[in-house]
Design a protein around this ligand. Structure first.
Ligand code: FES
Length: 243
């Protein structure tokens, strides 16, 4: 049953990304997602971008449903099902976190939880251009060292995060966690997977969110139930890199 929850805050992160904060009693682990319905458009999967007392989802305008979501205001109602799916491994270890675009929404709660649990993390965040940067101040305020890459060089390293990551000494890390567009994830995995234990969060078409409809299958896994966070080697052993 979806929980009807009131939006308590809307934050405009950049010209195409908004964060919606709402009360949601269930415990949420970093990397998990929910199914969101605004009462008009389609139900869509969204990673939790905040997992504390007041939860959050961060929505990029990419089509009709997300445009409708962007019209929601404080005080209006969202229908939320979840939390669903697997979580990032969180231990008192050394982490390298790599986000492309809105992937930073899924990885930010993981970074905060790693610190709470006695671990350390370095963060690499990639955006197309400087005006699209969001959540980086949030991470820096939490004491996390964030390196930025932009495709056009308007902030930080000029190029893709998959190129910037090659400049890091990966042997200094116990885990790498990554979330972002599919080509970026594949490039990251090719670089990292033999060097460091790597987990990635992947996207898929989702309908039920609970392992019933099989619309989300990738390499024989159901992304909604077996993922969205996967140990990269498990996917690669099932042909994901050559798909
Ligand atoms: S979304 Fe239905 S099985 Fe995954």
């Amino acid at each position: 049953m979806p929980l009807h929850t009131e939006i308590v805050e809307v934050v405009e992160e950049n010209s195409s990304v908004k964060t919606f904060r709402f009360k949601f009693g269930a415990k949420v682990k970093p990397g998990q997602f929910c199914m969101v319905w605004d009462g008009v458009g389609e139900e869509v999967p969204m990673s939790f971008s905040y997992i504390g007392k007041i939860k959050g989802i961060t929505v990029k305008k990419v089509g009709k449903t997300t445009e409708l979501l962007h019209q929601r205001r404080t005080g209006e109602i969202l229908r939320i099902r979840g939390p669903f799916g697997t979580q990032y491994p969180i231990q008192p270890k050394r982490y390298l976190l790599i986000a492309g675009g809105t992937g930073i929404a899924s990885l930010s709660p993981a970074a905060e939880e790693i610190l709470v649990n006695g671990g350390s993390c370095r963060f690499i965040a990639g955006f197309r251009t400087a005006s699209e940067i969001f959540f980086v101040e949030r991470l820096r305020k939490a004491g996390i060292d964030v390196a930025i890459a932009t495709d056009d060089g308007s902030a930080g390293f000029k190029g893709f995060v998959s190129e910037l990551v090659k400049k890091f000494d990966v042997e200094h890390f116990d885990y790498a966690l990554a979330c972002g567009p599919l080509p970026m994830l594949k490039a990251i995995c090719r670089t990292l997977v033999d060097e460091v234990e790597t987990y990635i969060s992947i996207e898929s078409l989702m309908k039920c969110g609970i392992g019933l409809c099989d619309s989300c299958s990738v390499c024989g896994f159901q992304v909604c139930k077996d993922g969205p966070v996967f140990r990269a080697k498990d996917l690669i052993e099932n042909g994901w890199l050559v798909e």
